[in-house]
Write a protein that binds this ligand. Structure first.
Ligand code: PCA
Length: 223
């Protein structure tokens, strides 16, 4: 089973993004029956759709798991939906800020992610990693990634399941924020999670995705 794991480049004046670091760490790793291939996506409205098309054509995955940073999040956040809307709270890495813009003008309002979100949630909690199911991925590039991945898979007639995990800041990112010029504008409490714990969470999520893919393949071959 081939799994495409995507992370995002750093954005918003940070020089790190845990999603990029985890994707790189797990690239070419075999996790059970799953062969992981990682790619990094641009934090760019103009470039993300082409980047997704390219990585899907290069890797032809059976499963797609995408990762992104959700600063100020305290847990692993399992995204259930992507909306057909870009309404950016901040500019992207090209300096562009989409406002009330449909990702695909004639597209449906929203799409649901298809990896086993509940099983991932249960597995993370069982491993002692805090997680939550989320009904909105925001309206920035991570949401665009979900919506556009669905569209790109559909265009290819690919049955690959896809999903998205949002990650908290790394502890070092919070320390850098506290040491930086924006410290005074931070909330009193800002959560973070170690790279090690988040990497473990992604490995667990990959294991859950693989299990459910195998189970549905078995069910299909019985019917
Ligand atoms: N997080 C942003 C985009 C890139 C990333 O890692 C988001 O939550 O939309």
């Amino acid at each position: 089973m081939n799994l495409l794991l995507t992370g995002f480049e750093p954005f918003d004046n940070s020089d790190r993004n845990p999603s990029l670091e985890i994707a790189r760490e797990l690239d070419r790793r075999r996790i059970g029956d799953v062969q992981v291939t990682s790619r990094i996506l641009p934090v760019s409205m103009q470039r993300i759709a082409v980047a997704l098309d390219t990585v899907l054509d290069e890797t032809r995955p059976d499963l797609v798991l995408s990762l992104g940073l959700a600063g100020h999040e305290s847990m692993i956040r399992i995204e259930r939906f992507g909306m057909n809307l870009a309404d950016f709270p901040i500019a992207d890495n090209d300096g562009a800020r989409s406002v009330d813009q449909a990702l695909i003008p004639e597209g449906t309002v929203g799409v649901a992610t298809t990896i086993p979100n509940r099983a991932i949630y249960d597995a993370l909690l069982a491993a002692g990693i805090p997680a939550r199911l989320s009904n909105t991925a925001g309206l920035y590039l991570c949401n665009a990634c979900i919506y556009l991945t669905h569209a790109a898979l559909t265009r290819r007639g690919s049955p690959a399941r896809f999903g998205f995990l949002h990650l908290p800041y790394l502890p070092e990112q919070v320390a850098a924020l506290l040491a930086g010029p924006r410290a005074g504008r931070l909330p009193e409490q800002v959560a973070s999670m170690s790279l090690e714990t988040m990497t473990r969470a992604v490995e667990i999520a990959i294991g859950s995705c693989a299990q459910s893919n195998v189970a549905s393949a078995r069910a299909a071959s019985r019917s």
